[in-house]
Ligand binder design. Structure first.
Ligand code: ZN
Ligand code: MN
Length: 488
């Protein structure tokens, strides 16, 4: 029996999501990525003596949106100080929420696994600054010196903590994809991994098959792509299985994932809550959201992924096949559902729109989402233009796919210019008349026989026309032109 078959894997995920507010959580500094270091700072986010925090109302609203989208209960909550020393945190404590978080008891559905993952809590906290360790190691050990940028210190975060309900790397990846889609739908976050808007920590443990008690877990910090998430979980689970099989025990610790070497390594022994000396933040009053306002915020939520999938399913009548269901999921996962809906509104048959969206477009945007949690975009207007031409028979399906792939590699390409360049331009009515004229004079015998009723000779002329024009002539148009000539 393979070692993987002797153990059960248990995974819980903690996802930090940056909120897309204009300003920071407790001061008026800009919440902006990519500014010059240490320009979006003030006495409050630097924790200078005498400064006082003021809560950002919009950040609270966004946290409520996220909690509502995850079917959480929204509760009165209290900010705590989480005390620890690290140079990226100028206050030496992080303002977070501890035993009274704003959102509790939510859930998230994994569409491909027909599984519901419980969300234990989603709480608000402030982000830390950013350190850059200068030197060949790139890490604090062996650095020549370190630079610190406090622009990120104080940016509002929501940390979403799942129950340990996931049991494979694939489930974990789908959880993060679905969560990202939900966060983007709420417009509370942009879900951009590259800019650090979404960061994942994975708690992984294994236990022997047939036992109930969860094994000792290790936490892998700061996984920054779906690929790393999957690889790190598989590596870590395997490491724990091998240790247990060899009679060793697992130490509860925080581990670092090394993408290049494909291994996790011990970072520090796991802190317990008491290490942080949590106490209520004395400079902030508890949050007590008005329940009518909470209801208003929940009602105003945009359409969420489960409803977005349903909306696509309803485009097709009758029972959907398994592959159609997968197409629907793929389109929503990669934010392509609006592309499909708009194409259908523009008169494209739903099955064609769904197929091109989930196959061609998804394959172009997929790579980006594996490398980061981000989803690339595809120009919607150009997608509709191409598949409208395809559905009208003005370009063939092979030509349509080539057009889409050219646009995927350069969003600025114009469909009409590409059609010209690739020679996909369908012949005009005048060109068709001229062409037919030429064909008749070159093949007058065949034309007479066709006019005398040998209808199968129509194919002979269409074949000739295709050959001369390299397939650019529309066969149907030529056929009707010939019919008109014979009658006239
Ligand atoms: Zn500030
Ligand atoms: Mn946190």
């Amino acid at each position: 029996m393979a070692i993987e078959d002797e153990y059960i894997i248990t995974i819980g995920l903690e996802v930090h999501c940056e909120l897309k507010t204009n300003t920071k959580l407790f001061c008026g500094c800009a919440n902006q990525f990519g500014s010059e270091p240490n320009t979006n700072i003030c006495p409050v986010c630097l924790g200078l003596p005498g400064s006082l925090p003021v809560i950002n109302e919009r950040a609270v609203e966004y946290a409520i949106r996220i909690g509502s989208a995850l079917s959480c209960e929204i509760r009165p909550s209290v900010f705590h100080r989480k005390n620890y020393f690290y140079p990226d945190m100028p206050k030496d404590y992080q303002v977070s929420q501890y035993d009274e978080p704003i959102c509790v008891n939510g859930k998230l559905e994994l569409p491909s696994f027909s599984k519901t993952v419980r969300i234990e809590r989603a709480h608000m906290e402030e982000d830390t600054g950013k350190t850059t360790h200068v030197g060949t190691s790139g890490r604090i050990h062996g650095a020549d010196f370190s630079l610190v940028d406090y622009n990120r210190a104080g940016i509002p975060l929501v940390e979403i903590v799942s129950a340990p309900d996931l049991s494979s790397a694939d489930e974990a990846r789908e959880y993060v994809s679905e969560l990202r889609a939900i966060l983007v739908s709420t417009k509370a976050s942009d879900g951009k991994m590259e800019e650090g808007s979404l960061r994942v920590d994975a708690n992984v443990s294994v236990r022997p098959l047939g036992t109930e008690k969860l094994g000792t877990r290790c936490e892998i910090k700061n996984l920054n792509s779906l690929r790393s998430l999957g690889r790190a979980i598989n590596y870590e689970a395997r490491r724990q299985m091998e240790a247990l099989s060899a009679g060793q025990s697992i130490r509860q610790e925080t581990r670092h994932w090394n993408e290049d070497q494909g291994v996790t390594s011990a970072l520090r022994s796991k802190e317990e809550a008491y290490d942080y000396r949590y106490f209520p933040e004395p400079d902030l009053t508890p949050l007590d959201p008005d329940m009518d306002e909470v209801a208003t915020i929940a009602r105003a939520l945009g359409i969420l992924p489960p409803a977005r999938r349903l909306r696509l399913r309803e485009l097709l009548d009758g029972e959907l096949t398994r592959s159609e269901l997968e197409q629907v999921q793929t389109c929503v996962k990669f934010d392509l559902d609006e592309h499909v809906l708009d194409a259908v509104r523009a008169g494209v048959p739903a099955r064609l729109a769904l197929a091109r969206g989930s196959n061609e477009l998804a394959s172009y945007v997929n790579q980006a989402s594996v490398d980061s949690f981000e989803v690339a975009e595809f120009p919607r207007g150009k997608f509709i233009e191409v598949i409208s031409l395809e559905s009208q028979g003005k370009v063939s399906s092979t030509q349509a796919k080539t057009l889409l792939s050219r646009i995927a590699s350069n969003h600025n390409e114009e469909v009409s210019a590409l059609i010209e360049e690739l020679g996909y331009k369908a012949a005009s009515q005048d060109e068709i008349s001229e062409l037919l004229e030429r064909l008749i004079s070159e093949n007058s015998m065949e034309w007479e026989r066709l006019c005398a009723g040998e209808n199968q000779l129509a194919g002979f002329f269409i074949g000739k026309a295709m050959k001369i024009t390299n397939g650019k002539v529309n066969g149907k148009t030529l056929a009707s032109e010939m019919a008109a000539r014979r009658l006239g």
